[in-house]
Write a protein of this length. Sequence first.
Length: 308
Amino acid sequence: MSVYQIPGVAVEVYHEKDLVAPEADGYVGDLASGSVTILAEVADDADWTVAFFRTGDDNFLPQKDWNRDPDDIPQLNEEGYEEAHAKQKRRFDFLSSRDKDSEGVVFGSRFGLDLFAYDGPLLNKTSYPANTLCLGQYVRLAGRLTGHVHVWEVAVISQGRQFFLTVQRRQDLLACSGYKGRLCFPGVGKHKHLGTVLVNLAPEGLPLIPAPDTLFPPEPSIDGLRRNEGMVESWHDARNMGKIVTAQGWARVHWTEAPPSPRLRYLGQGQRVRFSNLAKAQRNPKTEYRPGRKPKYTLDAFGVEPVS
């Protein structure tokens, strides 16, 4: 689990309309059915910060400022205006219902809890990517833009009956000069929609470097790993899963196979681990947000523990 705090951004979690105070490990309780709202309030002196949603088809949509007066929305046409006005009014009214005033930009994500069967009884859970609010910060140093963009994910995840708030910096991207000197972010890789959103929302004066000069981290080494050992390449908080490299290839680790630390189950990047078994990865099931599809990994790891 990441311990990052987003510079200049205050994060709040609400269950229905009740503010929930996360504990040190992000624990927010055993949430009953209903809705969860994540708010991210951006301070006036924070780095240029934007927000967006990630959809199940790997698209990225810019997020609205919840603190914008709904009556300020331009009336383009009657049907489109009424829908946009109604959505913004619900966001604005939610902010107004709190015990505090928000003067700056506030981004938010509201989602319902789903039901699923875990070890017998039906329990509530959150589902990725609906449980996530994504933020992009165009980093400044001594008041000047650096060309770095930090992509953050704020999420509420479920592990059995327990729910946790996670805040993770997922990417550190470099603004590059691409074709005909146009701004691009080659570090997004296959997430082309993310690159498009970051280009469209970028502030003026962003310094660029030639794209070929962009360096990417090397693949982790499997030297010295035994057959039942692996190295943690990454852990994705919002998805409740991680990836390890083994002598047999890449393997996925679901949160249920990770050790508790002491309550939240996760693995740390670069951690050396052992596993009890590897098996062929199962097809990802169809959900409300995406169709059934082949897994990105060929293997699943079970019984994962840190090597002492």
